[in-house]
Design a protein around this ligand. Structure first.
Ligand code: 4NP
Length: 169
């Protein structure tokens, strides 16, 4: 049996999500991961969930209202303050998930040599060919972009946690 009290601290994973502005996609990803971990009764497996942006354009801002609305419409609360990625994040987190290829390239460029974080597209955790692996920037589009992002993030989070449980993440 696995429970909070029997999960060794060193087997837990710390995960973070990264987009450009840290007001649309990555705070949504953070909220979805927290929700999905609870839903799958795996909260004890994840020691930390956070998000940040490659830019500091919106540092200090709350999530975009469209992110908040989309999450709430899907039963997921959002609570975050935007910040830029820091060098220490690459040592703090086991996984840093980029939303798109530009985020991924920027993160890889910023990653201090030898730091522990595995930096990858979150979309590598897709098992549904109908879902794009890229979580596209929804900022200048309509609400459908946010809902599409939500469906992707929910699926990727479930696949990631399933693979963590199986030891194949
Ligand atoms: P995010 O979306 O990277 O998903 O938070 C964006 C938010 C703001 C801007 C671009 C993308 N912006 O240009 O201000």
């Amino acid at each position: 049996m696995t429970s909070e009290s029997t999960t060794p601290a060193d087997s837990r994973v710390a995960v973070a999500f990264c987009c450009l502005g840290n007001i649309c996609r990555s705070p949504m990803a953070e909220a979805v991961m927290r929700h999905v971990a609870k839903d799958m009764e795996m909260s004890h497996v994840v020691s930390e969930i956070d998000s940040f942006g490659t830019s500091g354009f919106h540092s200090g801002d709350s999530p975009d209202r469209r992110t908040v609305q989309t999450c709430l419409a899907n039963g997921v609360p959002v609570n975050h303050t935007s910040r830029r990625v820091r060098p220490s994040d690459f040592e703090k987190f086991d996984y840093i998930f980029a939303m798109d290829r530009e985020n991924l390239e920027d993160l890889k460029y910023m990653q201090p040599r030898g730091s522990k974080a595995k930096v990858m597209l979150f979309g590598v955790y897709s098992e549904d060919a109908r879902l794009d692996k890229i979580v596209s920037d929804p900022y200048y589009g309509g609400p459908d972009g946010f809902q599409r992002n939500f469906r992707q993030l929910d699926h990727f989070a479930r696949t990631f946690l399933k693979r963590i449980a199986a030891g194949t993440a």
